[in-house]
Design a protein around this ligand. Structure first.
Ligand SMILES: Cc1cc2nc3c(=O)[nH]c(=O)nc-3n(C[C@H](O)[C@H](O)[C@H](O)COP(=O)(O)O)c2cc1C
Length: 389
């Protein structure tokens, strides 16, 4: 068993174990990947202020996210096709999150269905909704999430149309993979993944195959988004969905202060400052750069979370110290899952937790609630002198 000490270690193991098409699907951004790269690079620009001789005993990373207690300010983000990174991947990731004490979010585009994940977990998870043209289907999907006792509804707003990731087109991404000579050649080198995948029946889009009709290729993410996702989604529709859900509603994919205000107006409980991990609008600001202006606009009236680019506990610390109430991780847990299944997700969470805890202590703080901008060294031009219009 290799000694795994960083999320980067898990990424490398993931790349070795999982078929190329699914590794590439996770580890890429749209078009030139500028935003994808800047999500991580911009975190590095912020430095931490070391403090000494401060009593660091009795530390805690515990806090709350939308009223729920969490062991650290981290939620597992919704990730489509997670069950292709490792057999039954959504169930494994949800179990790891549950044992660690952080929320798991199930994507609409998951492999394991809502009911399946609910049947294999004890703690309620969050459900992420993509709105589809078929309104009856959306109503039923929300009801299914309610029946499964999901404790928050996450509405993703930044993907009504799919940002192009070149590798997915070149690899012919599908779930399950189509057995072309190219994929067969690659699968032959991934036998560990293949044996596990043969042992499960969960290999299609569990929440939608059999529930929606009129799709040309049910195994293709691109076909689903092009043919089913609702391009007419607007704030009125968001409000209707918000009102149809009794519990907390989180709006994901906010990158602009004006949209943050609109989210507040429709009655959202929280927003996730996110550019979808650099997978949608290439050229958009990194999330950490967008965060300050959004906090200024709505930070005192709504819970603000952040994702995109988090690869370490120091990144979590920076986002929280900047003012985010919580962070979400996508690839950081997916690399762990692809590398080592449930154990890998647990390892990813342990790594992030330790890095957060130790960095917090070395910044002279004992609780995440004590983190503020005073522990950060932010470049003077970090927010940029951007001009719109
Ligand atoms: C492979 C992959 C699939 C994703 N699928 C979804 C999805 O189905 N729904 C969604 O709201 N976001 C999805 N996202 C975006 C994540 O929820 C999250 O915003 C992003 O991964 C955060 O960036 P990070 O990977 O740098 O942590 C996906 C991200 C990745 C990497």
């Amino acid at each position: 068993m290799p000694v795994v000490t960083t999320i980067e270690d898990l990424r490398q193991l993931h790349a070795r174990r999982v078929p190329r098409m699914f590794y590439d699907y996770a580890d890429s951004g749209s078009w030139t990947e500028q935003t994808y790269r800047e999500n991580t690079e911009d975190f590095r620009q912020i430095r931490l202020r070391q403090r000494v001789a401060v009593d660091m005993s009795g530390r805690s990373t515990a806090t709350t996210m939308v009223g729920q207690e969490v062991a650290m300010p981290v939620a597992l983000a919704p990730v489509g096709l997670t069950g292709m990174q490792h057999a039954d991947g959504e169930i494994k990731a949800a179990r790891a999150a549950e044992r660690f004490g952080v929320p798991f979010t199930l994507s609409t585009m998951s492999i394991c269905s809502i009911e399946d994940v609910a049947a294999h977990t004890d703690v309620p998870f969050w459900f992420q909704l993509y709105t589809m043209k078929d309104e009856d289907y959306v109503t039923r999907l929300i009801q299914r999430a309610r029946d499964a006792k999901c404790s928050a509804l996450v509405i993703t707003l930044d993907l009504q149309i799919l940002g192009q990731r070149h590798k997915d087109l070149k690899n012919g991404l599908s779930a399950p993979p189509k057995l072309t000579p190219k994929t067969l050649l690659n699968l032959a080198t991934k036998w560990g993944w293949g044996i596990e995948m043969l042992s499960t029946r969960r290999r299609g889009f569990g929440n939608i195959v059999g529930h929606v009709s009129g799709i040309t290729d049910p195994s293709s993410l691109m076909a689903w988004t092009n043919e089913q996702f609702d391009p007419t989604l607007d704030w009125d529709k968001v409000k209707k969905i918000r009102d149809a859900w009794d519990g907390p509603v989180i709006l994901k994919g906010i990158l602009d202060a004006e949209d943050a205000k609109a989210a507040l107006n429709v009655g959202a409980d929280a927003i996730v400052v996110s550019n979808h991990g650099g997978r949608q609008l290439d050229g958009a600001l990194s999330s950490i750069r967008a965060l300050p202006s959004i906090l200024d606009a709505v930070g005192d009236r709504i819970e603000v979370h952040l994702d995109s680019g988090i690869r370490s506990g120091q990144d979590i610390l920076k986002a929280v110290a900047m003012g985010a109430k919580g962070t979400w991780i996508g690839r950081a847990f997916v690399y762990g899952l692809g590398a080592m299944g449930q154990q890998g997700v647990t390892r990813a969470l342990e790594i992030l937790h330790k890095e957060l805890d130790v960095s917090m202590a070395l910044c002279g703080r004992r609780r995440v609630q004590e983190l503020d901008r005073d522990v950060l060294l932010i470049p003077r031009d970090f927010e940029g002198n951007w001009q719109t219009g």
